[in-house]
Ligand binder design. Structure first.
Ligand SMILES: [Zn+2]
Ligand SMILES: [Zn+2]
Length: 409
């Protein structure tokens, strides 16, 4: 009997010790999760050069990646997030986060609570979380899961909501950050439908180029990167784009008239970016980017806006004449195209059909940077002179891939 009592008090002490250590482990893990979410929001790449917080932890703690991913996924649900503009997004389960940091919840318990809360309508989230946490004080995660199922059944007694009611908001997150080097980083998580649509969009734009400038050596990620850039241009050019302060969305480029003419120097792009004056010249040629041209004393000159923009009527005439990118061998239709000034407006070139050629963004840039030249032939159609390294005689070439118009000649 006495022996039993001695054993029993020893067992209690040991059990207490285990409970204490487990609570410390849980608390430390919750703390670790919060730190990783914080790192994620500040930029894992900028801080550590790692692609994700999961990868960083995998390396720092010698943990298998699936475990690090689970840890971070859990931490995101119980810690506040941050919007693109830095404003906070409340956590799905903030009180669960507090209890987790106090070491009171096991990982399966946190997973049960967050998965129930993810299915509860937002207005019932706080009370559902309170109930689940109170029950979690004395029950295991399986019992809490059963309570969760009862809560869900009570809130939606007929099973999952029918399709005509408000659907559960899908997971969509996007992070876009500018690094000090001027390179931007994009990452995000999307529901299956959005991901599939984005993939279809990029796929359609990422095809290998079949122009006369030679074979397309771009890697797959490079092709998708270019496709993303094209998709952004397409969206910016869409008439459906919401207005901002009464204006079409655009990115402001500030450049001095001198630099714009010479193509030497620097231009400011938006709030933070910089671009070379040569790059600004291409954009100022015709794009949604409206240049703010600055005079000697950095005072804005309005001529950029007044002279550069191609009127709707002229744009239509240009669409009808060129029917797409005029570069030899290019398939791009008019909606992917910009009007290139053969003689730049900054150098006094007129904005009319005799001085404009329709070009896709890629060939527009190629034209500005390479030895290709364009001119309007006597029949009124554009023709391109290849650089000497492609054709020593520089025999003019035309794009015959767009259907010719009966009255084009
Ligand atoms: Zn141009
Ligand atoms: Zn093209």
């Amino acid at each position: 009997m006495t022996n039993d009592v001695a054993l029993s008090s020893e067992a209690v002490a040991l059990a207490d010790r285990i409970g204490e250590l487990v609570a410390r482990m849980r608390s430390a893990e919750a703390e670790l999760g919060a730190v990783l979410v914080e790192i994620e929001q500040r930029g894992v790449m900028e801080l550590f050069g790692y692609r994700s917080a999961a990868r960083l932890l995998e390396h720092l703690a010698d943990m298998p990646k699936p475990a690090t991913e689970r840890l971070i996924k859990r931490a995101r649900l119980v810690n506040p997030g941050r919007n693109l503009d830095g404003s906070p997004i409340p956590a799905l389960a903030p009180a669960t986060g507090v209890a987790a940091r106090a070491g009171r919840l096991s990982n399966p318990m946190i997973d049960v609570i967050t998965s129930v809360l993810a299915q509860v309508p937002p207005e019932h989230c706080v009370s559902a979380e309170t109930n689940l946490l109170a029950f979690a004080e004395e029950a295991g995660h399986k019992q809490v899961a059963a309570l969760g199922a009862r809560i869900l059944a009570h809130l939606a007694p007929d099973g999952p909501a029918p399709d005509d009611t408000e659907p559960v908001a899908p997971t969509r997150e996007l992070f876009l950050r500018r690094k000090r080097t001027g390179i931007w980083e994009l990452s995000g998580r999307f529901d299956d439908e959005t991901g599939t649509r984005a993939h279809a969009l990029l796929d359609a734009l990422a095809e290998r180029r079949t122009g006369d400038e030679g074979p397309d050596f771009r890697t797959t990620p490079q092709r998708y990167g270019d496709a993303f850039s094209d998709a952004v241009d397409l969206a910016l050019n869409s008439p459906e784009l919401p207005m901002q302060a009464g204006e079409r969305a655009h990115v402001m480029v500030a450049v001095s008239l001198e630099d714009l003419k010479s193509g030497v120097g620097k231009a400011t792009l938006g709030d933070t970016g910089t671009m070379t004056a040569a790059e600004a010249r291409v954009h100022a040629c015709d794009a949604m980017i409206i240049p703010a041209v600055l005079g000697d004393k950095s005072e804005p000159l309005n001529l950029g806006r007044l002279r550069r923009l191609i009127s709707a009527g002229l744009r239509r005439a240009l669409f009808l004449r060129d029917r797409g990118c005029a570069f030899p061998g290019c398939h791009r239709p008019p909606r992917h195209c910009q009007g290139h000034h053969i003689r730049h407006w900054a150098d006094g070139g007129p904005t009319d059909l005799t001085n404009l050629v329709l070009m896709c963004a890629h060939h527009h840039r190629l034209l500005h940077r390479s030895g290709w030249e364009v001119r309007i032939a006597p029949d009124g159609l554009p023709e391109f002179l290849p650089p000497v390294f492609i054709d020593r005689r520089r025999k003019p070439r035309r794009n015959n891939l767009h259907e010719p118009l009966p009255f084009a000649a």
